[in-house]
Ligand binder design. Structure first.
Ligand code: ADP
Ligand code: MG
Ligand code: ZN
Length: 487
C-alpha cells in the first residue's frame, strides 16, 4: 500500500466537502450556475486553508463532463486528469520558483488558443505576490483584454504585495483561518475514515494547543498517529506538543495555595529531569492562574482558588509574570522560577499588594499578561514623572530582592554617589554584599550606611525547617526578616 499523507489524502474533492470558506464556495458555485464567471480571481489567505483545494474544485466544476448540481463528478476523464495534475487546460504556476516574465509571456501567447479539452483554461498562480514587476506588467496586459474562456486564479499569502492595478481587475476572496470547531471536524473526518481510535480529550487538546492551518493539523495528526501506533491519546498529544500533563500543573498550584512551596520547587526539579521545558510549564501555570481568575469573577470560584483568595491570586500572577520576564536573562530559567516560587512565602508579610505596586512603577489596576520585554516596558510606561527614589527602584527592579528591600533604606542621591542608609542591619549587609552589582545596575558609586545595633529579635524559638532548606538551595542567601507563624 502506498503511503499517502493525510493532508493530501483528505483534500476535499467537491465544494460540499470543503469545511468553512462558505462565502467563497457559495459565490463560485453561483457564478457557474448563473454563468457569471469572472476572468480573474485572487484567493488571499494564510497557508493550508483551502486556496489550492478550492481552485482545483472550481477548475473541475468548470470542465467536468457530467457535473451534478454544479459539483464535479470526480469520475470523468477531465476530473481525473485535473486531480492528477495532467489536464492540458490547467496550468499550475509556482510564482515562488518561476518569478520570471517568461512564464507570464508564455501564458500570454497561450491564451490565444482555445481550450483543448474542456470549456475553460485555468491558470492557477500560486504565491502570486512573488511575481516580478515585469511579470505583473505582462499579466496586467492580459487582464486588460481578457481573452474568452481563460481564467486566472492568483493564490497568495500576502495580498498586499499585489499591485492595485491587478487587484482592480480581479474578484478578491479573503480566505478565513479555520475556527477550532472546523479544525476538529476536519480531524474527526480523518480519524473516522482511517478507523483510528481516539480519545475525545486528546482531540480537544490537540485542537486547543496546536496552531496553523488545516494542513498543519493534518501533518501533526499524521505524526502523532504514527508515533502512537495508530491511536490518538492525550498522553501522546502532550508528548508531541511538549505540553506538561495537567496534573502536574494543578499539583504545583495546589502546593502554592497551601503555601507548600518546597513541593512546587521539587516538582519543577522533577519535571526538568523528565525533560520538560520549564518555560512551557511556567506559561501553563500562568495560563491556569488567569483561567482561575476569570472563573472566580464569573462563577465566584475557580477549580483551585476561592473568591477570598482573589487578591492573593492577583499577586501571585504579577510575581509569575515578573519571573517570566526575568528568566529571559538567565542561562537556567528554572532557578529563577524556583526563586520566585519561594519568594511567595514572604507574600503575606512583606507588604500588601497595593503598597508594593505603588512603591515603584508597577501600576496596574487589573492583571496584565506580559508576553514580551517590549510589552513589559509598555506596562511600565504609564507612570508619573520619576522621583529619584523611584528612578532607583526602576533600575533595581530586575533584581526584585533589591527592589523590595529598598523600603528598608533612606536613599540620598548626590551628584556622583547614592547613599543608602539602612534602617535594619540585615538589609544593609545584604546591600553591602551586592555593592558592586548595585553599582553596575545604577551606573553610579554607592555608599551603604549600616546602623550599629542589631535590633532585638522579637521572637526566638525554633525556626521552620523550610527556611534552612531555602538557605541551602540558594548558597550565599541570608535571612532578612524572619517571623515564626502558626498555620
Ligand atoms: N477548508 C478546508 N476544508 C477541508 N480541508 C482543508 C481545507 N483547507 C485545507 N484543507 C486541507 O489542507 C490541505 C492543504 O490545503 P490547500 O488548499 O493546499 O491549502 P492552501 O491554502 O495553502 O492552498 C488540503 O489537502 C486539505 O487536506
Ligand atoms: Mg496552495
Ligand atoms: Zn467530472
Amino acid at each position: 500500500m502506498v503511503y499517502e499523507a493525510f493532508s493530501r489524502k483528505y483534500r476535499p474533492k467537491t465544494f460540499s466537502e470543503v469545511i468553512g470558506q462558505d462565502y467563497v464556495v457559495k459565490t463560485l458555485k453561483n457564478a457557474i450556475k448563473l454563468s457569471r464567471i469572472s476572468h480573474a480571481y485572487i484567493f488571499a489567505g494564510s497557508r493550508g486553508i483551502g486556496k489550492t483545494t478550492i481552485a482545483r474544485i472550481f477548475t473541475k466544476a468548470l470542465n467536468c463532463r457530467s457535473p451534478l448540481d454544479f459539483e464535479p463528478c470526480n469520475q470523468c476523464e477531465n476530473c481525473l486528469e485535473i486531480e492528477k495534475g495532467s489536464f492540458p487546460d490547467m496550468y499550475e504556476i509556482d510564482a515562488a520558483s518561476n518569478r520570471g516574465i517568461d512564464d507570464i509571456r508564455s501564458i500570454r501567447d497561450n491564451v490565444n488558443y482555445s481550450p483543448i479539452k474542456g470549456g475553460y483554461k485555468v491558470y492557477i498562480i500560486d504565491e502570486a505576490h512573488m511575481l516580478t514587476k515585469e511579470a505583473f506588467n505582462a499579466l496586467l496586459k492580459t487582464l486588460e483584454e481578457p481573452p474568452p474562456r481563460n481564467i486566472f486564479i492568483l493564490a497568495t499569502t500576502e495580498s498586499y504585495k499585489i499591485p492595485d492595478t491587478i487587484k482592480s481587475r480581479c474578484q478578491i476572496f479573503l480566505f478565513k483561518p479555520p475556527t477550532k470547531p472546523q479544525i476538529k471536524q476536519y480531524l474527526k473526518r480523518i480519524l473516522e475514515s482511517e478507523s483510528v481510535e481516539y480519545e475525545e480529550e486528546a482531540l480537544e487538546l490537540l485542537v486547543e494547543e496546536a496552531e496553523g492551518g488545516m494542513r498543519d493539523f493534518a501533518s501533526l495528526l499524521d505524526q502523532i498517529v504514527t508515533f502512537s501506533e495508530g491511536k490518538l491519546t492525550k498522553k501522546t498529544v502532550e508528548e508531541i506538543l511538549g505540553i506538561i500533563p495537567e496534573k502536574y500543573v494543578k499539583h504545583i498550584l495546589f502546593a502554592i495555595k497551601k503555601m507548600k512551596l518546597e513541593e512546587g520547587v521539587k516538582t519543577l526539579e522533577l519535571l526538568e529531569t523528565e525533560g520538560y521545558d520549564i518555560n512551557v510549564l511556567w506559561k501553563q501555570l500562568t495560563d491556569k492562574l488567569y483561567q482561575e481568575l476569570i472563573e472566580i469573577s464569573l462563577k465566584g470560584k475557580g477549580e483551585i482558588f476561592s473568591q477570598e483568595e482573589e487578591k492573593k491570586l492577583i499577586y501571585i500572577l504579577s510575581i509569575f509574570n515578573r519571573a517570566a520576564t526575568e528568566s529571559r536573562n538567565f542561562q537556567n530559567p528554572k532557578n529563577v522560577y524556583q526563586l520566585y516560587l519561594l519568594k511567595l512565602r514572604y507574600l503575606e508579610y512583606i507588604k500588601p499588594i497595593e503598597e508594593l505596586l505603588s512603591v515603584g512603577t508597577y501600576k496596574e489596576s487589573k492583571p496584565h499578561k506580559v508576553d514580551s520585554v517590549e510589552e513589559y516596558s509598555k506596562v511600565e510606561s504609564h507612570q508619573e514623572p520619576i522621583k529619584p527614589v523611584e528612578e532607583i527602584y526602576r533600575s533595581l527592579k530586575r533584581e526584585p530582592v533589591l527592589a523590595n528591600l529598598l523600603t528598608k533604606f533612606e536613599v540620598e542621591i548626590r551628584p556622583d554617589l547614592v547613599v543608602f542608609r539602612a534602617k535594619e542591619v540585615e538589609a544593609g549587609e545584604y546591600f553591602q554584599e551586592k555593592k558592586s552589582v548595585i553599582e553596575n545596575i545604577l551606573g553610579k558609586s554607592i555608599e551603604i550606611v549600616i546602623p550599629k545595633e542589631k535590633p532585638q529579635q522579637k521572637r526566638s524559638g525554633k525556626r521552620d525547617e523550610s527556611v534552612d532548606r531555602i538557605l541551602e538551595l540558594f548558597p550565599g542567601s541570608k535571612i532578612v526578616k524572619y517571623e515564626n507563624r502558626e498555620d
